[in-house]
Design a protein around this ligand. Sequence first.
Ligand code: PMP
Length: 440
Amino acid sequence: MPAQDPATQRGGRTLDPWYDNYARRTSGLTVSEVRALFAVASRPEVVSLAGGSPFVSALPEELVRGAFDRMMREHGADALQYGGGQGIPQLRERILELMALAGISGASADDVVTTTGSQHAIDLVTKLFINPGDVILLETPSYVGALGTFKSYEADVRHVDMDEEGLNLEALEEAIRRARAEGKAVKFLYTIPNYNNPTGVTMSAARRREVLDLCIREGVLIVEDDPYGLLYFDEPSPKAIRSLDEEHVLYLGSFSKILSPGVRVGFVLAPHGIREKLILAVESSILSPSTLNQWLVTEYLEGSDWQAQIDTFRHTYRERRDAMMAALEEHLPQLSWTVPKGGFFTWVQLPETLDSKQMLPLATKELVAYTPGTGFYADGRGHDKIRLSFSLPAPERIRLGVRRLANVINDELEMIETFGGFQKPAEDDNRFASAPPDLV
Ligand code: PMP
C-alpha cells in the first residue's frame, strides 16, 4: 500500500495532501504506457507506430454531417434529453444487424446494453464480478486498457499462453485448476479472439469451440471483446464465440473502429440475468449513456451505406498492413513478427538483449515511436517485444518509420556488442522532459 508506492518515496504526501485518503484500489491506477506515449508520439515530426487510433480521415465528412443533420431534425428533442440506462431501443435494434456480421443471429435487442465505448463495458463487467483478489484469465499478452481496469478493481490477473491459433487449451485448463487449488474464484476469461491487441493473432474456429466447451465444463464466464472483428483484410474472421452459446458469453462491441472513437459508443450483448445487473451498473455510474451520440450512430446506420464504409476502412488498413510487412522484411529481416489478418497491430520479437522501454527515448530521438511490450503484461514480461500499429500513418510514413526503427535497433545491437551495455540518452538531453517519467 502507500508505503511501497514509488510515488510516496518520491514525496507523494508532500505533493498531494490527500494522499493518505485514497482508496486502496487506486494503487492499481498507473499511467498506461500507451497514454504516456501520446505526449511524445503526437509531435508531427515523429512517425508514430505507437497508439492504436483509427484513421478517421477515411470517413467522409458529408456522411457524418448528414447523420448529424438528420438526428437533430428528426430526434433533436430526444437526443438532448436524458435516456434510459440500457440505451435507446432504435440503436439496440441496429446493433443486432452489426452483430449478425459476426455470425451472431437470433439475439434480442432486449439483451443489448449500450455503453460509453467498450472500455466502459470492460469497466462495468469488472465492477459486477470482481472482488479484490478474484482471478481474471486472459491472453498473453493482452490489451493494456483492460489490464488497467482489472488492476483498478484489484483483480488477480493471470495470463494464459497462446499459440498461432489463440489461447492454449492445456494452459487454460491448468490456470483454472491452479487458481482453484489456491482457493481462488475464477470469475471470467477475457479474450480478444479477432486480431488481438497487441499481437494481431486470431483465434481459429476450432479453438473457439474448444475454449467455449472448456469454459462451459468449468463454469467460467467468457468476456469476448471484439472491436476489430469486421476489419478483416482478405476473408472474414471465424464466427464470434457468442454465436455458439448465449449463456456463457458476454459479447462486447464498439463503434470506435468502424465509425469513430470520438462518438464513444459501444455495447454488450449479455445473458438475461447479467443484462439486468449491467443496466443497474450503468445507472449507478452514469445514469445513461449519451443519448445524443446514440442517436447520431443510429442515424448513421439507418441513413448511410455503413457497410461500404467498413470496406473502405478494410482496404485502407490492408494496404498499411502490407506496407508494414514489406518494410519489416526489407529493414529488419533478422527479427520475427506476426502477420495480422485484420485489425491494427503487429507484434515484434526483438533480440532478448534489447529492452524496448529503455530504447524508446532513443527511438523518439530518431523520430519514430512504438509501444514497448511491457504494458501488455500484468507480470513484468515483454521487455523484448514491441507493438507496432499501422492504422494511422500513411504507407510512406510507415516505411519511413520502420527504416528509422531499424537504424535504432541496429545501433543498439552494435552498441551492446561493442560495449556490452545500453546507450542512455545524455544527462543534459531534455528533449523528453514533457514525456511522463516512466517512459524515459
Ligand atoms: N478493447 C480493445 C481490445 C481495444 O483495443 C480497445 C481500444 N483500443 C477497446 C477495447 C476500447 O475501445 P472503445 O472504448 O473505444 O470502444
